[in-house]
Write a protein that binds this ligand. Structure first.
Ligand code: AMP
Length: 481
């Protein structure tokens, strides 16, 4: 099947040729004709399926073919998205697919000043991509009125509900013209999404392109069990041993992001971060540097989990599991795109067993587990399976404590002297250089848990790391709290 056979016009076909899109993906094959004919659509499609082009291409065509021209402070197509990253990504898709068409596009989201967005809306825009809160702000200030909206797209609708945007969405629905086309895209179809769909869609074309809640099948996924406090060292060990050179790394907290970024930097990797406290331009810069390969390791919190448009990413490392199981699917959605094969490894500690169980239930598979020698978990991670249950081992009945009498009548110590901890026996996997400015943030503490100082300095050189120019090579181990 070709894009031409779906009824797309020449300027769009030329742009697709330039982008080297040869054949439509399954969601595109189904969505493009439906959207072109003006129908409502309800599509179950996750990131990586090509869903953006599935709605952007036919909507661009409708904008070109159907007037009237947009008036000031109006928009003709409204795309509502959960995050600023996704807003930027969708905007870039419209710009790329719509190159050469005389149309105006804008992305509007919170966290940046309102004024430039208001200025750009003065002339009106054909496509406005916006997050729900900012869209309502702009509407309340009369910067954008909705009377010319002909199509509403809800992209990643499940994520918007997860993020608590349902009230804002209802306010948007109420303010839009009743006569309009509505397209709803969601990675998963929960009861809440179905309820929303039934209230806003009219006779929709239903599209489902992958079995619900499955991760891309070409992605090799596995779990490494480990104690929480040892996660940073295991992470560095895996990176070095496997010669991983370009990866998206997810961590639960901002402190965790900074900590891992510092130790990666110290080991000589080019690294950048994305988290909620970072201003939007800095986030976009980090993403672009990662895409161009200038940055090898991009360490991110959940805020970046959705909407990052990174093709053919070979590797996602979950140093922490996401709290919401669906975010796992979205994280893994970044690998194995458009036919590429990928790897997704998750470091899981005992506390995370319920999250692991929820993820396995969602993706309907039990993830294979591994232990890495020297990093075996002292706190056992309970077994889980695809039913979503954490399988607890029955506790052994405790033996009653009987104080042992010594010949002198003094009770013997109840415990044996502690064996040498695994911590002190293990050699760190990555040799690190001493550099006061870089170790500063590292020495502030391991946010993954307190650790005893190492007994020996590092002796094993990094296998996969590249030494930064100008940094002295040395055998110093990183200072630890
Ligand atoms: P999406 O699911 O919309 O986030 O798209 C996933 C990725 O696939 C994007 O980077 C697109 O550029 C790419 N893509 C979308 N459609 C096609 C296609 N028909 N052929 C090749 N790549 C595509």
């Amino acid at each position: 099947m070709s894009f031409a056979s779906l009824g797309l016009i020449d300027p769009l076909l030329r742009n697709l040729q330039e982008l080297n899109y040869q054949t439509p993906t399954p969601v595109q094959a189904k969505a493009i004709p439906a959207v072109l004919s003006g129908k409502d659509v309800m599509a179950e499609a996750q990131t990586g399926t090509g869903k953006t082009a599935g709605f952007a291409l036919p909507l661009l065509q409708r904008l070109v073919q159907h007037g009237p021209a947009v008036s000031s402070n109006r928009a003709r197509v409204l795309v509502v998205v959960p995050t600023r990253e996704l807003a930027e990504q969708v905007l870039q898709s419209f710009v790329a697919y719509g190159k050469g068409l005389d149309l105006r596009f804008l992305a509007a989201y919170g966290g940046v000043s309102l004024n430039p967005q208001m200025m750009k809306l003065r002339k009106g825009v054909d496509v406005l991509v916006a997050t729900p809160g900012r869209l309502l702000d702009l509407n309340r200030q009369n910067a954008v009125q909705f009377d010319q909206v002909q199509t509403l797209v809800l992209d990643e609708a499940d994520r918007m509900l997860d993020l608590g945007f349902s009230r804002e969405l209802n306010a948007v629905f109420a303010a839009l013209p009743a006569q309009r086309q509505t397209l709803l895209f969601s990675a998963t179809f929960t009861d809440d999404i179905r309820a929303m769909a039934s209230s806003i869609l009219r006779g929709p074309v239903n599209i489902s392109v992958s079995p619900p809640n499955t991760t891309a099948s070409k992605v090799k996924q596995w779990v490494v069990t480990v104690d929480k406090k040892n996660k940073p060292d295991l992470f560095m060990h895996l990176v070095a041993e496997n010669h991983w050179q370009h990866a998206l790394v997810f961590v639960k907290t901002r402190n965790g992001v900074d900590y891992l970024a510092a130790i990666l930097d110290e080991a000589g990797y080019a690294v950048d971060t994305i988290h909620g406290d970072k201003p939007q331009p800095a986030r976009l810069r980090a993403l672009n540097r990662f895409k161009t390969g200038e940055v090898q390791m991009l360490v991110a919190t959940d805020v970046a989990a959705r909407g990052l448009d990174i093709d053919d990413l070979p590797l996602v490392i979950n140093v922490d599991l996401p709290i919401v199981a669906q975010d796992y699917v979205h994280r893994i959605g970044r690998t194995g795109r458009a036919g590429a094969s990928g790897v997704a490894v998750s470091l899981v500690c005992a506390d995370e067993a319920p999250q692991l169980a929820a993820i396995e239930a969602l993706i309907r598979q039990t993830l294979p587990r591994e232990e890495v020698s020297g990093f075996e978990a002292e706190h056992r991670v309970p077994q889980t399976n695809a039913t979503g249950q954490v399988i607890k081992k029955p506790k052994k009945p405790k033996k009653p404590k009987v104080p042992q009498a010594t010949p002198g009548g003094v009770p013997a110590p109840s415990k044996q002297p502690r064996r040498q901890s695994r911590e002190s026996k293990r050699k760190p996997a990555v040799q690190r250089t001493a550099n006061a400015s870089q170790t500063a943030s590292v020495s502030n503490g391991n946010p993954f848990g307190a650790k005893k100082p190492r007994s020996q300095p590092s002796s094993k050189p990094a296998t996969g790391s590249r030494k930064p120019a100008g940094k002295p090579a040395g055998g110093h181990s990183r200072r630890r709290p």
